[in-house]
Design a protein around this ligand. Structure first.
Ligand code: AMP
Ligand code: MG
Length: 419
């Protein structure tokens, strides 16, 4: 097995370019199957089938104003003109009479238009000289304030495409067509654990050199934000036997697995060894990214469905979160049925020079702000892969490609907006 960085005999594990690693990961994941959920629990889910309109919208011609339904030809003669009011139609009441020459019907926003009528006159342009009579003060245009049947959608029109994420507007459309059960993609269930003898859970006061397992909480939140369901398995010590057991359990219980730590080149970095022992095909061992170089990804054959992916993230908090955002966020969104693009990429400028080593694609965390001069990216003060504190509050990652060592203040820089 090749070690990362410098391996035996001076060999080096291939450091994959970021775009290549992303492409390999996205090729390896597929949308999970569909399931049906109640409309009330469908928020944030992704439609698995295109939804077509079962009817015209509006279903009948309706008024878009409070006023009077008239026959346009009756008001051709001249203004003001008087018409006989034969009926009052609040919204929700069906017309009982057809409009004859010289007649009008009182109606309101959303009222059905009676047959015979083709135009609505706003009540602001009318008077009531006597009960049962309306006087029109302005000549309306034909069809004014009438929503024709099917104006918004026709029966059979696609209303929402497969892959559409469901927010308030989409749920309202589904309610309007009385879709009580909604076909959505299954959410990826993601087993999540942290490796490291130095780690302690948040309930425990850390001794000298011990580290609180913060990745568990950060990564669980990012899994949810990507549409997944985290299954938190806690902390696993750097011991082969225990690690092997947990990896097996994780693979059996979830659609994918994420661990943090244990993927570097140290003596206690055991993840790769366990993945190989268990028959995983490791197709990424190292990526030309900073932070996050030791990212490790393996594929496990799955007799019951598509292969399961194992993502071994580096343990350093910033490395773990940045590699999640860059590679796992799109992968989980694809598994959950979302359509690309999975990223918002903007062009911004930084008020200070941005630096990189030119060897790897650098991801600098910071804050985006809209300024009069354009979109500004302010990098965090202390960009160190172990610096969890400086990552908090950031909403963007600036990308400095391989070969770039500096982007001067004020020059354009590509920025990924964090989800
Ligand atoms: P590793 O990738 O296992 O070599 O871990 C690198 C460093 O990241 C460790 O020395 C820890 O300080 C830190 N670290 C690893 N796992 C976690 C975790 N789950 N939460 C917070 N920090 C961690
Ligand atoms: Mg470790």
């Amino acid at each position: 097995m090749l070690k990362k960085g410098v391996g035996e005999g001076g060999l080096k594990a291939v450091m994959l370019p970021v775009a290549e690693a992303e492409a390999l990961i996205l090729q390896a994941v597929q949308p999970l199957g569909p399931e049906w959920v109640e409309l009330g629990s469908a928020q944030g889910r992704v439609l698995s089938q295109t939804v077509y309109s079962p009817q015209d919208f509006p279903a009948h011609p309706t008024s878009s104003m409070d006023g009077y339904a008239v026959r346009h030809e009756d008001v051709q003669a001249g203004i003001p003109c008087e018409l006989q009011v034969i009926e009052t139609l609040p919204a929700g009441k069906a017309p009982t009479r057809e409009l004859q020459p010289g007649q009008a019907v009182r109606l309101y926003t959303g009222s059905l238009l009676p047959s015979g009528a083709d135009t609505v006159v706003m009540q602001e342009y009318t008077q009531q000289p006597s009960p049962g009579t309306v006087r029109l003060l302005q000549r309306p245009q034909r069809g004014q304030f009438v929503r024709p049947q099917g104006d918004f959608a026709r029966q059979g029109d696609p209303l929402l495409p497969a892959g559409q994420a469901l927010g308030g507007a989409e749920l309202a459309v589904l309610a309007a067509i009385r879709q009580a059960m909604v076909p959505v993609f299954r959410q990826p269930r993601v087993a999540l654990f942290s490796t490291g003898d130095e780690l302690v859970p948040i309930q425990q006061v850390p001794g000298p050199g011990q580290v609180v397992d913060s990745n568990q909480y950060g990564l669980a939140a990012l899994v949810k934000a990507a549409g997944g369901i985290p299954i938190q398995l806690g902390i696993v010590p750097d011991r082969l036997q225990v690690l092997r057991q947990v990896v097996q359990q994780a693979l059996a219980s979830a659609d994918g697995v994420i661990s943090s730590g244990g993927v570097s080149v140290g003596d206690f970095d055991l993840v790769e060894k366990v993945l190989e022992e268990l028959g995983g095909e490791i197709f990424i061992r190292s990526v030309a990214i900073k932070p996050g170089k030791p990212l490790t990804v393996a594929r496990f054959p799955n007799p019951h469905g598509p292969p399961k992916l194992y993502f071994g993230l580096p343990g350093n908090p910033a490395s773990a979160l940045v590699t999640f955002w860059r590679f796992l966020h799109p992968a989980l969104r694809k598994m959950g049925g979302s359509l690309p693009p999975y990223w918002q990429i903007l062009s911004a400028f930084s008020p200070v020079d941005l630096h990189a080593d030119g060897q790897r694609e650098h991801y600098l965390w910071g804050r985006l702000q809209v300024k009069p001069e354009g979109i500004q990216f302010q990098p965090a003060a202390n960009l160190n892969s172990g610096n969890l504190i400086s990552l908090a509050g950031c909403n963007a990652l600036a990308v400095l490609p391989v070969g770039t060592t500096q982007i001067p203040a004020g020059s354009p820089v590509q920025v990924l907006q964090l989800p």
